[in-house]
Design a protein around this ligand. Sequence first.
Ligand code: PMP
Length: 363
Amino acid sequence: MKGSEWLRYRLSELSRLEGYTKPEKLQKSQPQPQSILRMDTNENLALPLEFVRDVLHEVLEDVDPRLYPEEYDELRSGVASYLGLSKDNIVIGSGSDQLIDLALVAFGYGRRSITLKPTFTFYRDRCLLHGIDIEELALDDHDFSFSVDSMLKSNADILYICSPNNPTGNQFSRDIMLDVIDGFDGLIMVDEAYAEFAGYSLKDLAVNRDNLIIFRTFSKAFGLAGARVGYAIACKEMIDVFNRVIQYPYAVSSISLKAAISLLKRFEKVKRVIEDLKAEREWLYGQLSMMLGLRAFRSDANFILFDVDEHEDVYRRLRDEEGILVRRIGQVGCYRGCLRVTVGSRDMDERFLYGLSRAICNK
Ligand code: PMP
């Protein structure tokens, strides 16, 4: 191509990609009930705002924003002791999405990838952006499991599995994951963004394998989505390359690094809220399961997927008449109209259930 033709070509190629669909913003013109309840993005809203704000105030007293961040290694050590691993197995990122993306940038060029469908859509978006071929293996139509044989038959070089899976909420069994990890000959990326709410983690496995990276985050259980802090766990060699070569010199602000360090020190409080949320999830699942015209799915994360008749109408009524935002997912397997709701405090969940029953009755 001549001159800057290549640039115009590439730009039009990129403009055809969809990119990640961010959560909906309420329009100013929409009638806004006094308080909008955001139950669409799986943050931890059960963690009291005053508690997290106190942490931030303390951090602000202690930070000199004129300087480049110096707390990177301290957070690596904090995460390592939280997980019972060594700091040499930890890399910190600006959210786990940045680390997933960096792994694709570093290892994905000219490679093929396989993942499940549906799963966290960001992964597919980034593969498309980086020109990585992506194969999507459909989850079982009814129970959201997958066939290890079909996955291993693929000749992909990179495998991405989100476990617990977003948006279905199920964690694949440890045995299934071990079969995949033992059988796959390539880079294995396991996204454990919701691990704190789940039954187990594969963190210990990543340390001794040279082809396994596990991604985790402070955005969900720790209530720090706005601070953008995530991390990955892998063998020493992989982490060394990540820290020296792949990661930006200063990817995370000192305020965010310090906030994460401080929250780890107060983990007892965070842990109590996680335990409460797990109990709340079971309660909410029970309540949803009793509603007519709706089918809820068990979850190992802090959200619940449910299938409801005329889901578009229900979604809109929830938003416009009840002031409650949930995530619109659509068809998943044989379930035609799925929505996903984040588990909150009992007050939030009761308001959601009441709003949902009204939205269903008024259809
Ligand atoms: N993985 C999954 C499965 C997620 O649902 C999300 C957030 N929606 C992320 C990763 C990204 O989280 P972070 O805020 O750490 O970038």
